[in-house]
Design a protein around this ligand. Structure first.
Ligand code: PLP
Length: 414
């Protein structure tokens, strides 16, 4: 019979032999927490796709097709770059989109685009190396860069994305001081969290700066395809002709984040180095075979079109609800794609206080400071519209409005 062990004060726990804090790598103590799902009734925090739209039947069928076609290959190690026919499918798509020749040798498949960013960090960044991000930017990138003890220089963003005039001034100042900036990381299209899309003019400017200063661009295109107002401007990858750039992609937003299939497209010499710096023996061949079988079944484009219609409705319903319930307390610009509203709180309202009040009203949102590598953002809130249907978005935003009113009342009363 199972008898639980009683640990008394005189019996030291076996764990006490290990001073965990002293054993941890330095990065563990300095990183912000990873994002998580909220148990609150209205989760406007987690940037996840609509669950009922997940194409699980099609994926189940694709898994069956893939295993019947070649179980031996799908269920054994597949090499570090990932399944070549899936890389060829992605390469063909990228060639068609950009008009550039993209070959499978220019692609490495990763466990989501998160691992792509981490592998890029591992390959290019060591302690003290300089990388530029927007302020705000994707927290996963902040964590990956900080984990390598890199120094993150941030450049302000506005409604049109990264301020390339500020980037130019920064690059010039760093060069004058004899320092190199190795990478510029940017979510040029439907940014997380700001929803902003970098204008064509700024994309051209960024590409020119990258060449002038020998700084590689990391173009994180995680929300590619979630076009709610027509196609985005020409990609940085195309503008640069594919030189000096690493374009990161993923099927997380268009098929399923649980697949963990992402990739990097770059020059073969860069992809070789990325492959050298990953230690996972490649991502899952079984999933790669399954995803390719799903793509070859031919329903992907129609699926993405349905998702866009669904997210467009959600964006518009949530934008209308924000204007109805929250307008006295914030401003925002409707994003042209992606999953997020980025709220700018009126002077006097602080994100952390609003976040706590919203929690009391059963609504999870994300306070702005999570998205700033070097501080800032206490006048910002990120709100996700992708995950919930319009009625829930309206109800959640009505509660957020009540929370904002409460906080504003307290501020006025001071
Ligand atoms: C900008 C951006 N990049 C990368 C990722 C990572 O996505 P995944 O690893 O699922 O591809 C996310 C996830 O939300 C994101 O918002």
């Amino acid at each position: 019979m199972y008898a639980p062990t009683t640990v008394t004060a005189s019996t030291p726990s076996p764990d006490s032999a290990f001073d965990l804090e002293a054993l941890l790598a330095p990065a563990v103590g300095i990183l912000g927490p990873p994002t998580s799902l909220s148990p609150l009734p209205y989760d406007l925090n987690a940037g996840v796709p609509d669950r009922p739209s997940l194409p699980w039947r099609e994926l189940a069928e694709a898994a069956r097709v893939a295993l019947e076609a070649n179980a031996g290959e799908a269920l054994t190690y597949g090499g570090v770059a990932g399944y070549e026919p899936l890389r060829a499918w992605i390469a063909q798509r990228q060639s068609a989109e950009t008009g550039l020749t993209v070959t499978p040798a220019q692609i490495t498949l990763t466990s989501g685009s998160a691992q792509a960013i981490d592998t890029i960090a591992a390959t290019f960044l060591g302690p003290g190396d300089q990388v530029v991000t927007g302020a705000p930017t994707y927290p996963g990138a902040i964590r990956a860069f900080k984990a390598r003890a890199a120094s993150i220089l941030d450049v302000p963003q506005d409604d049109d994305g990264l301020r390339t005039d500020a980037l130019e001034a920064l690059l010039r100042a760093e060069r004058a001081a004899g320092r190199r900036v190795k990478l510029v990381y940017v979510v040029a299209t439907y940014d997380n969290p700001s929803g902003a899309t970098l204008t064509l003019e700024r994309r051209r400017h960024l590409a020119a700066l990258s060449r002038e200063y020998g700084t590689l661009i990391v173009e994180d295109d995680a929300y590619a395809g979630i076009d709610l107002d027509g196609p985005p401007p020409t990609s940085l990858y195309e503008i640069t002709g594919g030189h000096g750039i690493l374009r990161v992609g993923t099927f997380s937003k268009t098929i399923a984040s649980g697949l963990r299939v992402g990739w990097v497209v770059s020059e073969p010499r860069i992809v070789q180095r990325l492959n050298y710096m990953r230690f996972d023996n490649g991502a899952s061949p079984f999933i790669h075979h399954t995803v390719l079988a799903y793509l070859e079944a031919g329903t992907y484009d129609a699926h993405v079109a349905r998702l866009c219609a669904l997210y467009r409705e959600r964006r518009d319903a949530s934008a209308a609800a924000l204007l109805e319930h929250c307008e006295p307390y914030m401003t925002f610009k409707r994003p042209a794609g992606g999953f997020f509203h980025w709220l700018h709180l009126r002077p006097g309202l602080e994100a952390q206080t609003v976040f706590e009040a919203a929690q009391r009203h059963g609504v999870a949102v994300t306070p702005g400071p999570s998205y700033y590598p070097n501080g800032g953002g206490n006048d910002r809130i990120r709100l996700v519209y992708s995950a919930l249907p319009p009625d829930d978005l309206r109800a959640g935003i009505q509660r957020l409005g009540a929370a904002l009113e409460e906080v504003a009342g307290t501020v006025r009363a001071r």
